[in-house]
Ligand binder design. Structure first.
Ligand SMILES: NC(=O)c1ccc[n+]([C@@H]2O[C@H](COP(=O)([O-])OP(=O)(O)OC[C@H]3O[C@@H](n4cnc5c(N)ncnc54)[C@H](O)[C@@H]3O)[C@@H](O)[C@H]2O)c1
Length: 251
């Protein structure tokens, strides 16, 4: 068997959204360590730029760009500057503090869907239009899409993302594009700042590992789905949640 051409691997180009911090930043770093050229985008362009410079100082091929995933024109303009996109990771997302369903209003639901669903849709659509040789789409969903109290808007947005992944996978497999979701459990990022310390402790105790996972754990799962070796894996949801999605043990 011929050895893989390392320059061909090095030339693969990945775009990561929401990559200024947390899970997105860990994904950008991991993909760069895998040998990809990474464009780390975030609506907070200054922080993304500072983090990209930190990673460049370690010899990693990471560039930063400001990008709000809800802005179709900006997404199209940025992607037009790239000769080709091999991997796109839709990670940008928002959550909120607990909101009982009876108090949830339409504006809150719309805001959640605007970033988590519409943003993913816009970025994925603009990216696959620039994948003439095939590619990888990875959507960061959440174990929460299975359901949960106090977050119907978040659950709905992530369930919709998973539905879109399954539909996209069927349409795009003929073009050599795989589409998968990663569904993290609780991860130690600033997204958890919406919880009081007491609430956070209570939630962590319900995790099988007894603590929130590190963002790097999620990045490793993305690394596999983004790799050439994952060509046969499409339309799937990879839960990275310590097994909580399988069920809780009996009391
Ligand atoms: N932290 C968790 O416990 C957890 C669990 C499951 C799923 N997730 C998902 O993982 C993803 C990353 O979350 P995180 O925990 O790293 O959160 P985070 O809040 O630390 O980071 C989110 C990043 O997305 C960016 N962002 C938000 N809206 C944006 C927009 N409109 N355009 C561009 N960038 C935008 C923010 O600036 C930020 O840098 C999200 O999709 C989230 O729903 C997180």
């Amino acid at each position: 068997m011929a050895a893989a051409d390392p320059t061909a691997l090095a030339a693969r180009c990945a775009v990561v959204t929401g990559a200024a911090r947390g899970i997105g930043l860990a994904i950008a770093e991991q993909l760069a360590r895998d040998g990809l050229q990474v464009l780390a985008t975030d609506r907070d362009g200054n922080v993304a730029q500072a983090e990209a410079e930190r990673l460049q100082a370690q010899g990693l091929n990471v560039r930063a760009a400001v990008l709000d995933v809800q802005d179709r024109a900006a997404v199209a303009a940025l992607f037009a500057t790239l000769p080709v996109i091999d991997v796109v990771v839709n990670n940008a997302g928002i959550a909120s503090s607990m909101l009982p369903f009876r108090e949830l209003d339409a504006a809150q639901l719309r805001a959640m869907l605007g970033v988590n669903l519409m943003g993913s849709f816009i970025v994925a659509q603009e990216a696959v239009r620039r994948m003439p040789q095939g590619g990888r789409v990875v959507q960061i969903a959440s174990r929460g899409y299975l359901g949960g109290a106090g977050a119907a808007h978040y659950v709905a947005s992530k369930a919709a993302v998973v539905g879109m992944v399954r539909a996209m996978a069927i349409e795009l497999r003929w073009r050599g594009i795989t589409v998968n979701a990663v569904a993290p459990g609780m991860v130690d990022t600033r997204m958890l700042e919406g919880f009081t310390p007491e609430m956070r402790r209570a939630l962590e105790q319900r995790e099988p590992a007894g603590a929130a996972a590190s963002p790097q754990t999620i990045a490793h799962a993305v690394s596999f789905l983004a790799s050439p070796q994952a060509a046969q894996c499409t339309g799937q949801v990879l839960f990275v949640d310590g097994g909580k999605s399988v069920g809780m043990p009996p009391l």
